[in-house]
Design a protein around this ligand. Structure first.
Ligand SMILES: NC(=O)c1ccc[n+]([C@@H]2O[C@H](COP(=O)([O-])OP(=O)(O)OC[C@H]3O[C@@H](n4cnc5c(N)ncnc54)[C@H](OP(=O)(O)O)[C@@H]3O)[C@@H](O)[C@H]2O)c1
Length: 370
């Protein structure tokens, strides 16, 4: 295909604000890749965390292109790709900042994004690009935590829903983007889910399949959840949100069943100041990890930190994007959640979208259209 005229919102160097919209090279797909004309991009906390922090993503090459969650129309396919053809509508995970890929061609904040074909799913006509764009990183992270062998190693999801395992999973932070996905794929895998969120989001998490929801701000939340687990067998827990891991450990320690915790949020300061106070942050992280490790050891609980990218390079990525998601979307057995809120059209709105997310959201995903 002849080169198409591309544009991107670039992060030219660490801590550079705002992103700069410039012309960008068009990159043809490799043998197992596709290129999409990106139509919607959802923003994730990691977008502004990378922009703000000089401590993480040290491997990243600059200029970089952020944007992890994309949907759009296939314009070019690599020679080995049989699942997609030009004109297909897809949703996929944009892996530009993955350590092994580390290339701006794969970033979402551009008109033409290269995707790995095994990390993309066809979209049914019933879903708009905006609606679908909320899926990838939340789903990826949830799937890494629930299904990877080094995390909870749960049974895989299926359509129709797998036979009940008789076990119950705790998802702390069910109204987050990761949590909304975790609830749905855990239920599809045959697990019952108990979750936490603010009371305003109880109906949402129950509509996604959770059997009970608890207010994580309640002073009795840990004992309330321990009571809820009486007579149940746990499949482990996923902790999302500040302070969640310690509380999940306290609950797992009192439960019958699998003693395993997969941690989505790291013990870091709750907000990420523009110029990270390096020593303070390292200290917070190390002391947080050590105290978690001691508590986990004391109660015989296995713990793991998630990197939401690892499924790209193992069997979980294709299981989700090839085997599960296309069928689940087509049969309306999986809904994109939380809902998209479109905050602008055009790459120049990428920075604004990141600022809106940085201020905090409740059960919604900030999206731009392109
Ligand atoms: N390790 C990884 O690879 C990875 C990947 C993706 C995300 N993350 C991290 O996971 C976290 C969630 O990301 P996201 O994109 O899913 O977030 P998000 O959707 O932007 O999070 C917003 C939600 O957070 C909930 N929340 C706020 N404080 C909480 C707490 N203390 N406990 C539980 N829930 C809380 C709010 O719930 P209510 O409105 O109901 O109060 C709100 O709905 C972030 O810390 C993010 O950095 C890590």
């Amino acid at each position: 295909m002849s080169a198409l005229s591309n544009q991107a919102a670039y992060l030219f160097e660490k801590n550079a604000t705002p992103l700069q919209v410039r012309s960008a090279p068009y990159t043809s797909p490799g043998p197992d890749e596709i290129v999409i004309r990106t139509h919607a991009v959802a923003v994730n906390p990691v977008d502004h965390i990378i922009q703000d922090s000089s401590l993480i993503y040290g491997h990243l090459k600059y200029p970089a292109i952020l944007g992890f969650d994309v949907s759009g129309e296939v314009v070019d396919v690599g020679k080995n790709v049989t699942r997609f053809r030009q004109g297909d509508r897809v949703v996929g995970s944009a892996p530009a900042t993955d350590e092994k890929i580390n290339s701006p061609a794969y970033g979402g904040f551009q008109l033409y994004t290269v995707l790995l074909s095994h990390m993309a799913s066809p979209l049914p006509d019933t879903l708009s690009y905006e609606e679908a764009s909320v899926i990838p990183l939340g789903l990826d992270t949830a799937a890494c935590g629930l299904f990877q062998k080094d995390q909870l190693a749960l049974q895989y999801p299926s359509v129709p829903t797998a036979k009940s395992t008789g076990k119950t999973l705790l998802v702390w932070g069910g109204s987050t983007s990761v949590g909304c996905n975790a609830i749905q794929i855990a239920v599809a895998a045959g697990y019952e889910v108990i979750t936490t969120c603010s009371p305003r989001n109880f109906d949402l998490v129950k509509s996604l399949g959770a059997v009970q929801a608890f207010d994580y701000n309640s002073s009795t939340v840990v004992s309330d959840i321990k009571n809820a687990f009486k007579g149940r067998t746990t499949a482990g827990a996923m902790s999302i949100g500040h302070g969640a891991a310690h509380k999940c450990l306290d609950i797992l320690a009192a439960c019958k069943g699998d003693k395993a915790l997969t941690m989505v949020s790291y013990p870091m300061p709750e907000s990420t100041p523009k110029h990270f106070v390096v020593l303070q942050t390292v200290f917070t992280y190390l002391t947080g990890m050590i105290s978690l490790w001691i508590k986990a050891k004391r109660h015989g609980i296995r713990t793991g930190l998630i990197n939401g990218y690892t499924l790209i390079h193992n069997e979980v990525g294709p299981m989700i994007y090839q085997d599960y998601l296309p069928k689940a979307l087509a049969e309306n057995k999986f809904v994109p959640a939380p809902k998209a809120e479109v905050v602008g059209h055009g790459l120049e709105h990428a920075q604004k979208a990141m600022e809106i997310l940085r201020e905090g959201v409740s059960a919604k995903k900030v999206v731009i259209t392109l």
